[in-house]
Design a protein. Structure first.
Length: 257
């Protein structure tokens, strides 16, 4: 997941920078590149919410069920306080920049151009800073999850009854704690792709009804939406046994560890 988020954030940053460059050059593709940059950047920030929400829940359940060090829960929970506010502000700045761009396309003038350009640079700089902060937290969170898995492996080695298939709601997925973590991330990715499928039409609505691009074709957005939905629902169906709470190890009846 660290590598995937690194790729998503790098791609979003490059697109944001390219959108600013095309805007100053007055290139006609500035609009489409900017909307795609906003779409990918917002999606990358939304991915952060899913990563830390899911990782925090999985870590808490694993710590409780195997009686691991409770500090792991506090460490994973702290990342939400660090990353969630900047991610929300970054999304808000992207939306403000997009609406100022829409105002500039409708009402030409130096006033709108100055506002849009200034906000674009502020948004670009703030998103670069936020992406770097999010990436560092994702990387540190992955290291914590690795330590949690290592401690859990030691416990289950000393007490194999905790890792027995009958102690899981979905025995077929007990292929190691690392495997469960990977499967849960793939299931979360499926939900994220479905989220993208729903939001694919936002750029179309913006350009068609706010910017007045009446002749804008809708079929590319439909195709993109179908692709996201198909991939997302396939991953959710394929890895449905990894959904949060779908494979939680149960404590022994006598409470021993």
């Amino acid at each position: 997941m660290t590598g995937f988020f690194g790729f998503a954030s790098s791609l979003s940053s490059c697109l944001l920078g390219l959108a600013i460059l095309l805007g100053y050059l007055g290139h006609p593709s500035h609009l489409m590149v900017s909307l795609n940059a906003a779409f990918f950047a917002i999606s990358a920030h939304c991915l952060i919410f899913g990563i830390f929400t899911g990782a925090g829940k999985d870590t808490r359940e694993l710590v409780q069920d195997l009686h691991l060090n409770p500090e792991f829960v506090g460490q994973t929970k702290s990342f939400r306080k660090i990353t969630f506010p900047p991610a929300l502000y970054a999304i808000l700045m992207i939306l403000i920049t997009a609406f100022l761009g829409g105002g500039l396309s409708v009402a030409r003038g130096t006033y709108w151009s100055t506002l849009h350009g200034l906000m674009a640079w502020l948004t670009f700089a703030y998103n670069l800073k936020t992406f770097w902060l999010e990436y560092r937290c994702v990387r540190e969170n992955a290291a914590i999850l690795k330590r949690v898995n290592s401690e859990a492996a030691k416990v289950t080695t000393e007490h194999p009854e905790l890792a027995a298939p009958e102690n899981f709601e979905s025995p077929e997925i007990v292929d190691g704690l690392g495997g469960y973590q990977w499967g849960s991330h793939v299931f979360a990715l499926g939900k994220f792709l479905c989220f993208l499928g729903w939001n694919t039409f936002l750029p179309y609505i913006y350009m068609r009804f706010i910017m007045g691009m009446i002749r804008l074709p809708v079929w590319p957005f439909i195709v993109l939406s179908v692709v996201f939905f198909s991939a997302g629902y396939f991953l959710r169906w394929k890895y449905k046994q990894y959904r949060p709470g779908g494979a939680t190890p149960q404590r022994p009846v006598d409470g021993s560890v």
